[in-house]
Design a protein around this ligand. Structure first.
Ligand code: HEM
Length: 157
């Protein structure tokens, strides 16, 4: 499942770009006091869809790499606890929040209320995601920023 790991690693950047774009539109709309447009709705939807893809890839990894079977014995090792519990739990919360934000954008509301709701929900989601990514500088569970070496020089099992 090395290929899925590489995909999950790289697709994270699509999620990060789309979440920053969605948050930027929500905060920008609030500040500029403009109309809530179809493009704002789409920005929230694209972010939610990218989370669907990442959730699917993550679940494949979770099952195929047997993270579920490391519990409950592995709870005392921080790397195991991170991937088997914390990453899964926090990212599922982020996935739900991204969908709540995208769904709410389809209900008709005053533009200011729409942007405020979108900014709040997307802002919390962005925080949860940024705190739950295994950044390389995390001592116990750090992972590379880009798994490009595996793509170019093989090693994909
Ligand atoms: C939504 C539910 C998610 C699940 C169930 C999930 C699951 C997992 C699992 C099981 C691993 C460990 C891979 C291994 O077996 O070594 C992993 C790694 C990782 N996840 Fe997630 N994940 C999810 C969402 C996300 C999101 C939203 C992001 C970032 C936007 C993300 C970024 C990463 C990164 C960067 C790694 C390290 C990959 C590597 O080793 O190169 N995950 N994830």
């Amino acid at each position: 499942m090395e290929f899925v790991l590489v995909l999950h690693n790289l697709f994270r950047w699509a999620v990060v770009v789309l979440m920053v774009y969605a948050l930027g539109r929500m905060v920008g709309g609030l500040v500029q006091k403009r109309e809530f447009t179809g493009q704002d709705r789409k920005a929230l939807s694209w972010f939610a869809i990218s989370m669907d893809v990442q959730l699917l890839l993550g679940l494949v990894l979770y099952i195929s790499n047997g993270w579920w079977s490391t519990l409950p014995g592995g709870m005392s090792q921080s790397a195991v606890r991170f991937f088997a519990v914390e990453h899964l739990f926090m990212m599922v919360i982020a996935w739900v929040l991204a969908h709540v934000a995208a769904r709410g954008a389809r209900v008709s509301r005053l533009a200011a209320a729409q942007f405020k709701r979108g900014a709040l929900l997307t802002g919390i989601t962005v925080l949860v995601i940024l705190l739950s990514i295994p950044w390389p500088w995390a001592a116990s569970h750090g992972r590379p920023l880009f798994r490009l070496a595996e793509l170019w020089w093989g090693g994909l099992g």
